[in-house]
Design a protein around this ligand. Structure first.
Ligand code: GLN
Length: 486
């Protein structure tokens, strides 16, 4: 058990010192999965053969005293909307239930190059649409801290697997908060890099101008190392960033004296739970103690973020999901009478309610006559939100707020009210709209012992500064050293 609680940084030492082998480590993780997975539901499928093969390669290298990439041999869980060749990629949708990836996503290739064993594909809200992981077509994910509560979504399986000690690391995707929200609900660290830093090639598209793959881990250093391992220019993704990539390790452990931290006024209102507010104010004190200057900043256009997001994201989703038509791949309805019926029945039977809701909303926003009124207007305001942030980032280096106004909620409690569910992402969506890096780090517990996350945002391309800011907080506190009692 103690072995499973270690961070990747600690595990690496144990591997190099031959206290444990990579195969033993992978087997220990599978044993844990056998024990707790019935209660958690984090995995859609396991990729055991591939994981053990990678682990064996790592052990051979250790035996031969060969150089090892930093995260070699450390078991990782991969969100099931990222292609991993030869294994199923379902996006937790009936329409892709039997789809086997014919190729690797760029991040999957990078994981292989870094000899990181991929242990399985994690459950998510169907097509990454949701905040609670209740929208999976297969099963729900349960929060390891309280099995009656949601783990957050849409990368709930990835976050829960790390929190339940079923994996050390995980990858998720984040379109409006899907890495950071589950990280905060499950008491771990989750990072969304600057848009374009990590290739989206091989990620099942939800909203292409917002989607970004990113890491989960037990500490900031693990997350920083994994981010570095999966990042970089990729010709297969036309939005991939062509900018030098610096190793975050170079600055991660430097102090942050003199750093200017801005507290976002609009995200610390009375709508925020008291315990969450307390945790943020506490974090502010930690930053002051570390020699940062803290001041309140205002982002008046932030209130439009959710509105903009649900136009832009649904519009892009309606276009991206047009490819699931029963012709090329995926589910096809049985015995259609004609071609049109084949299309309509395939989509009717293959997609879940939330996905259909988004397709309808997006199609409406893009239709002639409404395009200017909704889609174009949303893009224009998105631009103004970016200008709002640009103004603030002239004044401060990093912004702080709650990751979510509340901690994990009871399963089923928000299903009848989509708007209430959508509001869960009020603090995270803005980072996707402006493309900036953002991270959620453990920052306390509420009265019912549920984890609280604090959210930090930096300007675009300042990923390393953000990680350094998060690292310094973690070093001063011990919130990331708590584990769920399972
Ligand atoms: N909760 C948001 C949504 O449902 C964000 C999802 C995500 O980041 N993938 O769209």
């Amino acid at each position: 058990m103690e072995l499973l609680k270690k961070t990747a940084v600690e595990i690496r030492k144990a591997l190099i010192n031959k206290e444990v082998s990579a195969v033993e480590l992978t087997e220990a993780v599978y044993k844990r999965i056998d024990e707790v997975e019935d209660k958690i539901g984090a995995f859609n499928s396991l990729t055991k053969e591939s994981a053990l093969l990678t682990a064996k390669k790592v052990d051979e290298k250790i035996q031969n005293n060969e150089e090892l990439p930093l995260l070699a041999g450390i078991p990782l869980a991969l969100k099931d909307n990222i292609n991993f060749k030869g294994y199923k990629t379902t996006a937790s949708s009936k329409i892709l239930e039997n789809f086997v990836s014919p190729y690797d996503a760029t991040v999957s290739i990078k994981l292989k190059e870094n000899l990181i064993p991929v242990i399985g594909k994690t459950n998510l809200d169907e097509f990454a649409m949701g905040s609670s992981n209740e929208n999976s077509a297969f099963k729900k994910v349960h929060n390891p801290y309280d099995l009656n509560k949601v783990p957050g979504g849409s990368s709930g399986g990835s976050a829960a697997s790390v929190a339940a000690l079923e994996s050390y690391l995980a990858l998720g995707s984040d379109t409006g908060g899907s890495i950071r929200l589950p990280a905060s609900f499950c008491g771990i660290t989750g990072f969304k890099p600057t848009y374009g830093r990590v290739s989206r090639y091989g990620l099942i598209a939800f909203a292409s101008s917002l989607d970004q793959i990113g890491p989960f881990g037990r500490c900031v250093e693990d997350v920083a190392n994994l981010y570095y391992a999966i990042s970089g220019l990729d010709k297969k993704d036309s939005t991939s960033l062509n900018m030098p990539l610096e190793d975050p390790q170079k600055t991660l452990k430097n102090d942050i004296k003199g750093l200017k931290v801005g507290v976002i006024k609009e995200l610390l209102t009375d709508d925020v739970d008291d315990d969450v507010k307390c945790a943020v104010l506490n974090a502010v004190k930690v930053y002051e103690k570390l020699g940062c200057t803290v001041k309140e900043v205002s982002l008046p256009l932030l209130k439009y973020s959710i509105g903009i997001y649900y136009i832009v994201a649904t519009a892009e989703a309606s276009s991206n999901l047009a490819r699931y038509d029963g012709v090329k791949y995926g589910y096809r309805t049985q015995n259609p009478q004609n071609l049109m019926e084949m299309y309509t029945k395939t989509r009717k039977e293959g997609f879940g309610d939330e996905v259909k809701r988004r397709i309808m909303l997006g199609t409406y926003a893009l239709s002639s006559g409404y395009y200017d009124a909704y889609y174009k207007k949303a893009q224009q305001i998105r631009h103004l939100v970016k200008e709002d942030f640009d103004r603030v980032f002239k004044d401060v280096d990093v912004l702080i707020s709650p990751t979510c106004p509340n901690t994990a909620f009871e399963m089923g409690s928000r299903n009848d009210d989509p708007i209430k569910m959508y509001l869960t992402d009020v603090g995270t969506i803005c980072a996707n709209l402006i493309g900036s890096p953002a991270i959620s780090i453990p920052a306390g517990f509420d009265k019912s012992n549920m984890p609280i996350g604090v959210h930090l945002i930096a300007d675009c391309f300042k990923d390393n500064l953000l990680l350094q800011t998060a690292y310094n907080f973690e070093k001063e506190t011990d919130y990331n050293k708590h584990f769920a009692n399972l």
